[in-house]
Design a binder for this molecule. Structure first.
Ligand SMILES: [Zn+2]
Length: 185
């Protein structure tokens, strides 16, 4: 872990700039070939990993939280262990609550571009709508990411407030950086 925080891993950038052990002077990422291969790039910024490894990490972490919420709302009886390959279903429903996983919200009242929030829970008894968006940015970007997500989903939250008149509508941004440190909002 120390090597990760101090960015001492032998990435291409490190071997060229710090230890001068690089032989060819080449610093571009060995996966995407577009950007300098730094620790931050490999853990959170590489386009070659974005759709596969990062998405897997994102879903594997988020589903644990979502399963707990589903159980709390009586939408699921038993929470699968964290290492289980079971993923949440797209939709759950019982007499008081509904939950959606990665389902876009089709806006009726205004133009909403960012409508694919990670998860959404509606409790009709408590009159509560809770949306959850998760991201795993590089360590310096946590506060920025939180702000970015709130701005991005602003129009969608407004849409939900119109649709669920009289409900408390909350957006939760779960920001866990690539080394596992969280920002609570
Ligand atoms: Zn790359």
């Amino acid at each position: 872990m120390y090597e990760l925080y101090e960015q001492l891993l032998p990435t291409k950038l490190y071997t060229k700039e710090k230890t001068q052990t690089s032989t060819d002077g080449e610093v571009l990422c060995r996966l995407c070939g577009k950007v300098a291969e730094s620790v931050a790039h490999v853990l959170a910024g590489c386009s070659s990993l974005a759709q596969t490894k990062y998405l897997y990490r994102h879903n594997a972490a988020l589903k644990i939280l979502v399963f707990e919420l589903l159980r709390e709302h009586g939408l699921m009886e038993e929470v699968p262990p964290w290492y289980s390959p079971v993923m949440p279903k797209p939709a759950y429903q019982n007499t008081t609550s509904e939950a959606f996983w990665d389902i876009p919200i089709y806006a009726e009242h205004n133009e909403v571009r960012a409508n694919r929030i990670d998860a959404r829970l509606v409790n009709h008894e408590r009159k509560e709508v809770c949306t959850i968006e998760m991201s795993c940015p590089w360590i310096e970007s946590r506060a920025k990411k939180d702000e970015e997500k709130t701005l991005k989903y602003g129009p969608m939250m407004w849409e939900l407030k119109q649709r669920y008149n009289g409900y408390r509508v909350e957006q939760y941004n779960v920001i866990i950086d690539v080394l596992g440190v969280t920002l609570n909002t």
